[in-house]
Structure formats: structure tokens, C-alpha cells
Ligand binder design. Structure first.
Ligand code: IMP
Ligand code: MG
Length: 187
């Protein structure tokens, strides 16, 4: 991987200002919606959701806890999701009776979230809702309801703001489109 992201960047899709103002809006909306809810737990899906979560919670004014889960899809190095998902790191706490809000970077086929939701349901939380920063809706293969969406984006491979290019550049404060032909894998 080169030292700079610049050769990999075709265009900035969502700049820092747009991202931050939308994330703040989502935080305010979530705070309103969960005003009367006890036991809210934000479940961050690692690694991609980490930037989104840490910015989002600065705008959430209702009491909540955070937990983390790391997921990996099989078939790295391929463009299309195989639909198989593996838990690399599980939640640290029992979620029974809790209101879960899953915080995810991007929804593509929807298979990752479908899998996670199904698995978490078996642990009998009070409720599971989903907050995704990016939604590639035209790529959806399974029907999954997203309760909060930051931006709907076109079918382009993106990186930055939590999303990686071969594990690098998650720290970029914007979401950019990867230049055609550049090496990447997904996970
Ligand atoms: P899904 O299971 O097909 O919905 O894929 C969701 C996962 O694929 C996300 O959590 C991302 O890790 C990854 N992904 C999908 N599209 C992109 C992208 O454009 N850039 C980086 N990762 C992506
Ligand atoms: Mg990835």
C-alpha cells in the first residue's frame, strides 16, 4: 500500500462537512426516538463502523451503553459477497431484554446484517434496529429494513471514514470512490 491515499482516489463522494452534519442529524433523531427507552445499547460492527460510532455518540443525548462485534466475510479478495459471515469477536455483554441499535458502515447485499440480526435475535433482546451510514440499495440481495440511513450511494467501491482499502485509510475524514483498477478486498 502506498503512503498516500491520493493515487487510489477517483473522487470524494461525501466530504467531511456533509458527513459530520448528517451524522449529527442522525444523533439528534436517535436521541428523540429513544427518549423513553431504557437499556439502549449501541452495537458497533467492527471495523468499518468505528468512525461512524464515535462521531454519532457525541450527538446522542440519551443514556446508552456501547458494545462491539467484529465480523469477517469469507471470500476476501472478491468483489461479490459470498454471503458467508464469521464472528471474529463477539459482544462482551448479554443483550437479553436490551434495545439494540446496530451501527454499521455500509449495507451492500444486506447479507452481513441479515446474518447478525438473525444471530442476535436468538439472544432475545427487546428490539433490534439498524443504523447504517451508507446504503448501496441497488446491490441489495436480501430484504432487510434499515431504520436509519446516512446516505444512499451508487454502486461504486468506496473507502475512508471507517471503510478500508486493503485495511488502510479507514481514518480518512471523507468517503471517497476507489479509482477503477486499483487493488482492494472487502471484509
Ligand atoms: P453486505 O453483507 O453485502 O451487505 O456487505 C457489507 C459489508 O461489505 C460491509 O460491512 C463492508 O465491510 C463491505 N463493503 C461493501 N461495500 C463496500 C465498499 O464499497 N467499500 C468497503 N467495504 C464495503
Ligand atoms: Mg471492509
Amino acid at each position: 500500500m502506498g503512503r498516500s491515499y491520493e493515487p487510489y482516489l477517483a473522487e470524494v463522494l461525501i466530504d467531511e462537512e456533509k458527513l459530520q452534519s448528517r451524522v449529527a442529524e442522525l444523533g439528534r433523531q436517535i436521541s428523540e426516538d429513544y427518549e423513553s427507552v431504557k437499556d439502549l445499547t449501541l452495537v458497533c460492527i467492527l471495523k468499518g463502523g468505528v468512525m461512524f460510532l464515535t462521531d454519532l455518540v457525541r450527538h446522542i443525548t440519551v443514556p446508552h451503553t456501547m458494545d462491539f462485534m467484529a465480523i469477517s466475510s469469507y471470500g476476501q479478495g472478491v468483489r461479490d459477497s459470498t454471503g458467508h459471515v464469521r464472528i471474529v469477536m463477539d459482544l462482551s455483554a448479554d443483550v437479553r431484554g436490551k434495545h439494540l441499535l446496530l451501527v454499521e458502515d455500509i449495507v451492500d447485499s444486506g447479507r452481513t446484517l441479515e446474518y447478525i440480526t438473525r444471530m442476535l435475535k436468538a439472544r432475545e433482546p427487546a428490539e433490534i434496529k439498524i443504523c447504517a451510514l451508507l446504503d448501496k440499495r441497488e446491490r441489495r440481495e436480501v430484504d432487510i429494513h434499515l431504520d436509519y440511513v446516512g446516505f444512499e450511494i451508487p454502486d461504486k467501491f468506496v473507502f475512508g471514514y471507517g471503510l478500508d482499502l486493503d485495511e488502510y485509510f479507514r481514518n480518512l475524514p471523507f468517503v471517497g470512490v476507489v479509482r477503477e483498477g486499483m487493488y482492494y478486498h472487502r471484509d
